[in-house]
Design a protein around this ligand. Structure first.
Ligand SMILES: [Zn+2]
Length: 294
């Protein structure tokens, strides 16, 4: 155990420091019990988080995008409307990633890369707003959804109309980048060195969606793991509380989900200095939780 702790205190990454800012672009409501064991039946808000990363050489990079106006347009008709019926979304124009970045003085054209954790619509809805970005994701993640029928796609949380027409040409695959050597004590096996300098390392987190990945990075304040939807709240890994068994219905692979969940708990215990941030955890995102009616 003491060896683990010693390993856990050593830095995971050796690349340049990056700056990280967390946002939420809209939110949806789910009964809490669905997302965490012992949660209430009351619907609670889940912000659609995304992250802005500033790399000293590569400039601005996004991790996912949250919701967008395009999501509202795409879900006006059946079968896509089913998505919004099951997951009621609250979104205003000014909530969009592109609007929020604009208010910080960052233009859409300045986003050079979007790292996609997986293809659920609350992570991909803003992609069309960034015309100069290339997209990095797992080939496996896209292959699992891009040939589905419209109805099956909605069931898988995927809306093809959210992707720009030239999505394929602007894409690069994590499977093709150099592996990053993570320590043996690190609970996840594969690291993908996205920029080749050890600054941004994607990590496999399968189960919630096929080919889902999280992202390790290092800021001046310490190392961070953006863990996407491997859990829906920080309480889940802190208190070892899995989602309700009914949540299996929306998981690509419940067995793999359980394995990723256990590994995340180990990560939290063995690397207590690592800040783990789930995409939809208001507490971790510093989201104020302002409730607005749609
Ligand atoms: Zn998801």
């Amino acid at each position: 155990m003491s060896t683990d702790n010693a390993a856990g205190c050593a830095p995971l990454l050796d690349g340049p420091l990056v700056e990280l800012t967390l946002f939420a672009a809209g939110y949806c409501r789910h009964p809490e019990f669905f997302t965490i064991r012992g949660g209430s039946w009351r619907p609670v808000p889940f912000p659609a988080g995304f992250a802005l990363i500033r790399h000293p050489q590569h400039g601005y990079i996004l991790f996912d995008t949250g919701y967008s106006r395009r999501f509202v347009e795409e879900t006006r008709r059946l079968p896509q409307l089913l998505y919004r019926m099951i997951t009621p979304v609250v979104f205003r124009e000014e909530d969009g990633a592109v609007s929020q970045l604009g208010r910080k003085g960052i233009q859409a054209e300045e986003i050079g890369t979007v790292v996609l954790s997986h293809f659920h619509a609350d992570h991909t809805a803003g992609l069309r707003d960034f015309p100069r970005a290339r997209f990095i994701y797992k080939r496996e993640a896209y292959a699992a959804v891009n040939k589905l029928s419209p109805f099956a796609a909605v069931k898988a949380g995927y809306l093809s109309g959210l992707l720009p027409e030239d999505f394929g040409e602007r894409s690069a695959f994590m499977e093709d980048v150099s592996p990053y050597p993570l320590p043996g004590s690190f609970p996840f096996e594969h690291g993908y060195d996205l920029l080749g300098d050890g600054s941004l390392v994607a990590v496999d987190l399968p189960g919630h969606a096929a080919g889902q990945t999280g992202l390790l990075l290092r800021t001046a304040e310490g190392e961070v793991f953006l863990c996407a939807d491997a859990v829906w709240s920080s309480r889940a890994f802190r208190e070892d509380r899995k989602p309700h068994p009914a949540a299996r219905i929306i998981m690509a692979d419940a067995g793999e989900y359980g394995q990723s969940f256990r590994r995340l708990i180990r990560l939290h215990r063995e690397y207590p200095q690592l800040l783990i941030i789930p995409s939809h955890c208001g507490e971790a995102l510093g989201w104020t939780g302002e409730e607005r009616r749609p």
